[in-house]
Design a protein around this ligand. Structure first.
Ligand code: ADP
Length: 634
């Protein structure tokens, strides 16, 4: 029979896995059992939606058998099964195809659950097996097929025998080698222990031959007249898992650790979630939910590959793997399970959008998640900051989306870096404002570090006021949408009137401006259309110049629009304003030069404009010309 090659990436991954020093080799069991359970879920779903199938739900089961002499472990299920074609598709390649990242993870964290993280479940069997044989018959097909592989060099598929639909995964366990004790998996007691450990919550019964012993009276008497007893062992085929899904169990029956373990297994994370939220609702619609807030964004979170959504169950039957429409988009990082006897088995997207019951469930769950985040922010600030580092951006988008429809429920969850050091929420910022301060000052820049040193920060910091250092693309939009918080207006340190001057100071500044009108006109003329206004700065103390904007479009928005495809972005330019510090040596020197040598003065102005652009983080239009200009001065 012709041996087929695995897809190249699959082969590489298998190679890595077979030869890895991965320390949790036993997880192969969990992966194979969980595949069996998924297959039964699919079968059960078929049965629920098509009652003509003559199988009873009570017959659905998983069997685990060990043969010490043959060195095999067999995991069987009477689930949906696979046809030869399915085998080709499902077992011939690994869905996740970046072996280099996988390798890095294996090497870096032999202790973390990389197998789960990369969704290479089935292949984990090769960590402990030198050959894997899969005998399967798909539901509704007449023929069974056998898939077999002895490792990375390829696999075969041939016709086989199997009575009814389902799958047997037969793992031929490796011989012990050095420190690697594979025989432990062939010990039924150890095997049972592992299954109970990892797969207790599996919704279908897992049967295994279990040896049980008891003291029995022999009928004879001991010398002292007591009945004689002997220890008799019997082997019984028994259900070894408790089967009750973890989310159905009462809070006091399940430890936090159990929930975290469940999360990691079910949602392929190798780290504990930052939070577990349990909901038990009774009323118009009754349901139980177990939701998780992950610690870190999965590697594909910000790509189109990421599929958000909660698992929906109807009385323990999986009806939807990823229901994305239940929670609002900004909570798409939340994972978990919702189970209700009131959910219809044939739930559809349309129903999710229109069905009042489901909407009510969704909005209640969203509320629970938000209040858990609020609690965490207050009680476990370290943890919250960690969460925020991963998903804060998502919350910010939530504020901006739908013209700010959700801003009021999200604004208290926002955090920003502060000039005072550390991160702060808006409510703390306002609480800590000195009495005289009546605005929320913020600056938008590429990096917080950069922002701290910008010239326009001086006057605000000098007053002892804190400034929020904003660095995300979405921040400009965010502040626009929020407008105010707690009755305090947001004030952009770069562009807005800081409101720090007294009436008298204002008058003084106006007069100063008037006195330097000739110089300002000269600068404006020299720079032409590039800038819309040149004025004497009321903000600068030690720096010579500041390039800022007026109107609604900031530099950050300009950059963002520019990055969008299409030419329209080019049209949306920030309206530039030059602010000059009349007390600075440069200004005095410029005034002097204007009187003596207009050409040289014009060059000074253009250099000043270039410097101001660089400080503001705005790219120079023509860096070569600019460099030539600077060097022509010497
Ligand atoms: P995952 O379970 O993450 O999809 P696996 O590598 O574990 O990845 O399995 C690949 C696929 O093989 C599964 O998605 C499923 O379609 C199929 N499969 C594995 N085991 C079984 C089984 N016991 N019965 C039916 N199909 C199975």
């Amino acid at each position: 029979m012709a041996k087929k090659k695995f897809k190249a990436e699959t082969e590489r991954l298998m190679d890595l896995m077979i030869n890895s020093i991965y320390s949790h080799k036993e997880i192969f069991l969990r992966e194979i059992v969980s595949n069996a359970s998924d297959a039964i879920d699919k079968m059960n779903y078929r049965m629920m939606t098509d009652p003509s199938i003559g199988i009873s739900k009570d017959d659905l089961r998983i069997d685990v058998a060990v043969d010490k002499d043959e060195r095999t472990i067999t995991v069987s299920d009477n689930g949906i099964g696979m046809s030869a074609k399915d085998m080709e598709k499902n077992l011939g390649m690994i869905a996740y195809s970046d072996s280099s990242e996988f390798r890095k993870n294996l090497e870096e964290g032999a202790d973390s659950d990389v197998i789960g993280k990369f969704g290479v479940g089935f292949y984990s069997a090769f960590m402990v097996s030198d050959k894997v044989t899969v005998v399967s018959k798909a539901y509704g097909e007449d023929e069974a097929s056998v898939w077999e592989s002895a490792g990375a060099d390829g696999y075969t598929i041939r016709k086989g025998e199997r009575g009814s639909a389902g799958t047997d995964v037969i793992m031929h366990i490796k011989n012990d080698a050095g420190e690697n004790d594979y025989s432990e998996f062939l010990d039924p007691v150890r095997l049972k222990e592992l299954i109970v450990n990892y797969s207790d919550y599996i919704r279908w019964p897992i049967y295994m031959d279990v040896e049980t012993g008891e003291w029995k009276e022999t009928g004879e008497k001991e010398d002292d007249g007591e009945p004689k007893r002997e220890y008799v062992t019997t082997v019984q085929n028994k259900v070894i898992n408790s089967m009750v899904p973890i989310w159905q169990k009462d809070k006091n029956e399940v430890s936090d650790e159990d929930c975290k373990e469940f999360y990691k297994q079910e949602f392929y994370d190798y780290e504990d979630p930052v939070s577990v939220i349990r909901v038990k609702a009774e009323g118009r619609v009754s349901y139980k939910a177990m939701l998780f807030i992950p610690k870190r964004a999965p590697h594909d979170f910000y790509t189109r590959d990421f599929q958000p959504g909660l698992q929906l169950y109807s009385s323990g039957v999986l009806i939807m793997e990823k229901c994305a429409d239940l929670l609002p988009y900004y909570l798409r990082f939340v994972r978990g399970v919702v189970d209700s006897p009131d959910f219809s088995l044939n739930i559809s997207r349309e129903m999710l959008q229109n069905d009042g019951t489901l909407k009510a469930v969704g909005s209640n769950l969203a509320k629970k998640v938000r209040s858990e985040l609020e609690r965490m922010m207050k009680d476990e600030p370290e943890k919250y900051r960690e969460f925020y580092g991963s998903f804060g951006l998502q919350l910010k988008y939530g504020v901006v989306d739908n013209y700010g429809a959700d801003k009021d429920v999200l604004k208290d969850l926002l955090m920003f870096e502060s000039s005072a050091g550390g991160m702060t929420g808006l409510s703390d910022y306002v609480k800590n404002m000195p009495e005289k301060q009546d605005k929320i000052y913020f600056i938008i820049s590429d990096s917080a570090e950069h922002a701290k040193n910008l010239p326009q920060m001086e006057p605000v910091l000098e007053k002892g006021y804190g400034v929020l250092l904003m660095t995300d693309d979405v921040d400009s939009f965010l502040v626009n949408i929020l407008g105010e918080y707690g009755g305090k207006q947001f004030c952009n340190v770069s562009t807005d009137d800081l409101g720090l001057e007294s009436e008298e100071e204002k008058k003084e500044s106006d007069e100063k401006e008037e006195g330097h009108k000739g110089t300002l006109d000269f600068v404006k003329e020299t720079l032409g259309e590039s800038v819309s206004e040149v004025r004497i700065s009321r903000k600068l103390k030690n720096h010579a110049v500041l390039l800022t904007t007026k109107g609604n479009i900031t530099f950050e928005m300009e950059k963002y629009f520019k990055s969008l495809p299409g030419s329209e972005g080019e049209m949306l330019k920030a309206s530039r304003v030059i602010e000059l510090n009349a007390e600075h040596g440069f200004f005095r020197s410029l005034e002097e030069t204007i009187g003596k040598d207009k050409d040289r003065a014009a060059k000074m102005v253009r250099i000043m404009y270039g410097q101001a652009s660089i400080t503001a983080g705005v790219p120079l239009e023509d860096p070569v010309a600019y460099s030539d200009l600077v060097l022509s001065m010497f």
